[in-house]
Design a protein around this ligand. Structure first.
Ligand SMILES: Nc1ncnc2c1ncn2[C@@H]1O[C@H](COP(=O)(O)OP(=O)(O)OP(=O)(O)O)[C@@H](O)[C@H]1O
Ligand SMILES: [Mg+2]
Length: 433
């Protein structure tokens, strides 16, 4: 049926798109106008999360997504888009087959006695070059699992983007419901470790250290929680797959005891991993095709997306949170930087040793105007020497520094005192606009 205007003068932008089975409608929302969309007939999902019938959903500017249908659907849209087209070739069947295998392993883990090899549910790690669809596949696997009632743990090791919390962190959270296509993962108490930089290359040792801390903490949680343990985890990684980036992938596979490695879109990476992991018979290395729908993002877009993520942390994905502006005295806060501190003097070292900056060295930071616009993590540490190995409670954003009055003004997600006076600064910054 043709769409009619809703009266008045302006032409209606409402239109319908009929999707055949196993097809998807790929959409890029414009930079300034949100898009409204709903499922009129049939069933459809966005990255593993089924859409409710008939209810209009508003998608924010710049979002890139696909509405996929297994059995056919009619979609209605209202508003302009940057780009929209239907694709009948997708790798969704191969993705859902992976999900089926994982589901069987979860069932097996659930039914296994605690001393057996199959007691642990699947630990899936998704790897691949930039823009191969890693974050999207992780999301689908989690949402499909959650739909069946599992509570898999999502682990995000990508400090460049932050799908769980702000960029510059690694984090984990249980996923109890299919992930909302607009709101993303609810920010309820995730387990977060702060790297402070949007690339692990700034301090590789610190990155490895927090990966180990996160893995150990999860291991302890799993030991006491059969439900999480049998559901297992889905680990998302960054697109840096060469050189040190490759070493970091191996480190993550090893540290988390991953037993399913999903390699997206690169034959070479699959073959390298397959080779080094072939002596571990309990690790499956699976090659998967990249979806033609994945949208490449350049450095500028990534930078912008990071800013949006930080903004969302404070203001909520739909601008529904109200952060508080607080003022503290310099004396009430202790700010630290990790690594890159002054090197030990040559005279203090054994003969022949080269002075090197300790990557895990805790350096107290004097509060000055350089901290303006920084995003700092609030540590759960009780003592400074626990800061590096502690997870963080949340973040503050420095909006003013008054050197004369020794006062620091910052934005925090909620009012009241910070959970700790120990703050960590890295290179994570944001200009609010
Ligand atoms: N089938 C699809 N149709 C439309 N858009 C898609 C599709 N799959 C993924 N996208 C979009 O493409 C973009 C890149 O995908 P994704 O973030 O999953 O890639 P990635 O491999 O995780 O990238 P990075 O290396 O930067 O982490 C995202 O905006 C995502 O929403
Ligand atoms: Mg990603």
């Amino acid at each position: 049926m043709a769409t009619h205007g809703h009266g008045g003068s302006g032409r209606s932008t409402v239109r319908q798109e009929k999707l055949d089975k196993e097809c998807e409608l790929r959409i890029e929302v414009t930079a300034d106008t949100p898009l409204r969309l709903r499922v009129l007939t049939g069933t459809a999902e966005i990255f593993g999360t089924e859409l409710p019938p008939e209810i209009w959903i508003t998608f924010p500017p710049r979002l890139k997504f696909a509405v996929f249908t297994w059995y056919g659907a009619t979609i209605e849209m209202d508003g302009p888009t940057e780009n929209e087209y239907t694709a009948d070739e997708t790798p969704m069947i191969s993705y859902v087959n992976v999900h089926a295998v994982l589901d069987a392993r979860r069932e097996r883990a659930k039914a296994s006695p605690s001393d057996s090899d199959t007691y642990q549910g699947p630990r899936v790690i998704v790897v691949g070059p930039s823009d191969s669809g890693k974050s999207t596949l992780s999301r689908m696997l989690l949402s499909w699992a959650a739909k069946l009632g599992w509570k898999p743990t999502f682990v995000d090791l990508d400090v460049g983007q932050g799908s769980i919390t702000v960029p510059g962190c690694i984090a984990a959270t249980p996923v109890e419901l299919p992930i909302d296509p607009v709101e993303g993962i609810p920010l309820e108490m995730p387990l977060v470790y702060f790297n402070g930089h949007v690339s692990p290359s700034v301090n590789v040792d610190l990155y490895k250290l927090i990966v180990r801390e996160l893995a150990q903490t999860l291991e302890k949680q799993f030991a006491g929680n059969a439900e999480s343990r049998s559901a297992g985890m889905v680990i998302n990684t960054m697109g840096w797959v060469e050189g040190v980036g490759y070493e970091l992938l191996l480190h993550a596979i090893d540290t988390f005891n991953a037993n399913v490695v999903l390699v997206l879109g690169q034959e070479k990476l699959w073959s390298m991993l397959n080779n080094v992991l072939k002596n571990k018979p309990n690790v499956d290395v699976v090659k998967l095709q990249r979806s033609g729908g994945v949208v490449s993002r350049n450095a500028k877009v990534r930078q912008k997306t990071r800013g949006i993520r930080i903004r969302e942390y404070f203001y909520g994905p739909s601008n529904d949170l109200s952060p508080h502006s607080n003022i503290s005295s310099f004396n009430d806060l202790s700010i630290f930087r990790i690594g890159g501190g002054p090197q030990a003097p040559r005279s203090a070292l054994p003969i022949g040793a080269e002075p090197a900056a300790d990557p895990a060295r805790l350096v107290p930071v004097n509060i000055n105007r350089d901290l303006l616009h920084s995003v700092l993590a609030v540590s759960y540490a009780k003592e400074p020497d626990q800061i590096i190995s502690s997870n963080v409670a949340g973040f503050v954003y420095i909006t003013d520094i008054d050197i004369q009055r020794k006062k620091i003004t910052y934005l925090a997600p909620c009012a009241g005192e910070l959970p700790s006076k120990y703050l960590i600064v890295g290179t994570l910054a944001w200009i609010e606009n």
